[in-house]
Design a protein around this ligand. Structure first.
Ligand SMILES: [Zn+2]
Length: 342
């Protein structure tokens, strides 16, 4: 039976600051209430998160950075890495719980209790580099989960797909020189953090295992489905990942004012179906979604529910992938084609 594990916990609301910030507890407060009301029965399991330990955090972050965070997380005296990334007394335990929530889901997937997982957590993680927080992110939850899979379960081919509208700069930096974790990021061009060009392909034995697909601001469902449908088909069938991790940011939605891209809530169901198909065919259904961005609480909620509904559906087919000429150009000229047949 198709089982979904979910991590959500009111402690994820504890990381907050009095000044206005797009990344705040109200992003998910109502969503949590609706999750509790809507999800009943035995099709999903509510999984308890735990806090990631210092040893676990330092698999992807420097001990110096961790020490710095412990020093700066002081009550009523917010410490900022940049104008977006703040730290209060409750921030560090919340960030530990975000990474640890992903580990709890990973354990259940690897034990076979659940097929799919979704960590509806905050703060987000994909901008956090080994040595610093940035762009709302403190610990890189997805990168730490990939390290957890390598260290605890000995996996050697992990695919991270990041469809948040911003480039996964932190995740890319952490795995830039390895072939054991492949990082594929689709993001809007010329947006924070202004990295993630197609020419950034990895280095050393990691060359070819970083894939960046910057897209035009107006791209929407058709372009995204075509680009990711075609790219994933090529990458998954050649790389043969043992686990698929998704940095699931919902800020490319048309109603999210942080970006110009025009995805609908329903697109997130389409990508969930595509990923389910690949996970079923290649890696025993091991598929874990981890929340990154998404700053309009209404579109965030509808997109997350579209994803959950798609993961809970009994039957699923690979959605049809129709060519879109202006998206074709991006793929036909993409340097990843030196390494992957797409
Ligand atoms: Zn984002």
């Amino acid at each position: 039976m198709n089982k979904l594990g979910l991590v959500f916990d009111n402690r994820y609301l504890h990381h907050s600051i009095s000044k206005p910030s797009s990344e705040n507890p109200n992003r998910i407060r109502n969503l949590y209430i609706r999750l509790q009301q809507k999800l009943t029965g035995d099709s999903f399991q509510h999984i308890q998160p735990r806090e990631a330990s210092n040893a676990e955090i330092t698999t992807a972050h420097s001990p110096f950075y961790l020490d710095q965070l412990r020093e700066h997380a002081i009550k009523d005296n917010p410490y900022s890495y940049d104008k977006d990334t703040y730290l209060m007394e409750d921030s560090l335990p919340t960030a530990r719980l975000a990474a640890g929530g992903c580990f709890a889901l990973t354990d259940r997937i690897m034990e076979g209790d659940i097929n799919y997982g979704f960590g509806i957590i905050r703060p987000p993680g994909h901008h956090a580099t080994p040595g610093r927080g940035m762009g709302f992110c403190i610990f890189n939850n997805v990168a730490l989960t990939a390290e957890y899979l390598r260290n605890t379960y000995g996996l050697r081919r992990i695919l991270i797909l990041d469809f948040d509208v911003h480039h996964a700069n932190g995740t890319q930096e952490i795995f830039y020189d390895t072939d054991e974790v492949m990082v594929c990021s689709i993001h809007q061009k010329d947006l924070f953090p202004f990295t993630g060009t197609p020419e950034e392909l990895g280095s050393g034995i990691g060359k070819g295992y970083t894939v960046n697909i910057p897209v035009h601001a107006q791209f929407g469902d058709k372009e995204y489905t075509y680009i990711l449908g075609r790219t994933l088909q090529g990458i998954v069938e050649q790389y043969l990942p043992q686990f698929i991790l998704v940095s699931a940011g919902f800020d490319a939605h048309k109603d999210d004012t942080i970006s110009g891209t025009t995805l609908s809530s329903n697109w997130y169901a389409t990508i969930a179906h595509i990923l389910r198909r690949h996970a079923a065919d290649n890696c025993d259904n091991r598929l874990l979604f981890v929340l990154e961005g998404g700053y309009n609480p209404v579109s965030l909620e509808s997109s997350i529910f579209a994803t959950i509904d798609a993961l809970l559906q009994k039957n699923f087919d690979r959605p049809g992938i129709l060519p879109v000429p202006r998206a074709d150009k991006i793929l036909d000229n993409h340097p990843m084609r030196q390494f992957w047949t797409i």
